[in-house]
Ligand binder design. Structure first.
Ligand code: ZN
Ligand code: ZN
Length: 195
């Protein structure tokens, strides 16, 4: 079992073609692949079902997050009581401003697969966590991308699972070890465990 996975999609991201109908909160609860689980469905699908989403996740001990696609969505997302935010930070002024607004919320903010989004880590607020993403990190020269920033940020691993067989950190653990990264435990225990 891995320590923490806060980047997981479920059927609440129903419009994402990578999602399989089997990827339900029920199944993720049964598989229990991580000690601390957070669900981070795509923000654009969540406002109409937010209360159901949050209650469903919390009742299972899952933390309630979301993944925000653009800076334009940040102000609305900040109005809903998510436990944490995951953010696509593209290489544009408006998108770095979105990262700053999220960081100012005081809630944990994870910059997802930053290399795949072209984010310049020199422009990302250092209070954000930087993800080593199991789905994408192997696609580029992550040693060159992450190495200049190892002392500037805290890091987390994320599966970015859209399907049951993606619920793992196999490559992310390998990449983090090569980089000398010790991932940060953002939440000490399941939601509601008092940790
Ligand atoms: Zn993403
Ligand atoms: Zn994702």
């Amino acid at each position: 079992m891995i320590d923490q996975d806060l980047h997981i999609h479920t059927v609440y991201s129903h419009g994402d073609p990578a999602i399989e109908p089997q990827q339900t909160p029920d199944l993720i609860e049964s598989l229990a692949h991580a000690r601390v689980i957070g669900i981070s469905d795509h923000y654009e699908y969540l406002p109409p079902v937010f209360d159901e989403y949050r209650q469903d996740l919390h009742s299972r001990g899952f933390w309630c997050g979301c993944e925000i696609n653009t800076g334009a969505e940040v102000p609305q997302a900040l109005e809903l009581p998510f436990d944490y935010y995951i953010y696509h930070c593209r290489d544009r002024d408006s998108e770095y401003r979105g990262a700053e607004q999220l960081a100012d919320s005081g809630k944990p903010v994870i910059i997802s697969h930053p290399m795949a989004m072209g984010a310049d880590l020199n422009r990302v607020p250092t209070g954000c966590y930087i993800e080593v993403n199991n789905r994408y990190v192997w696609k580029g020269d992550y040693m060159a991308y992450y190495t200049p920033h190892l002392d500037r940020f805290r890091f987390v691993l994320g599966s970015d699972a859209h399907k049951p067989n993606w619920l793992n950190h196999v490559y992310a653990i390998y990449a983090a070890e090569r980089l000398g990264i010790v991932p940060t435990q953002i939440f000490d225990g399941p939601y509601g465990s008092g940790k």
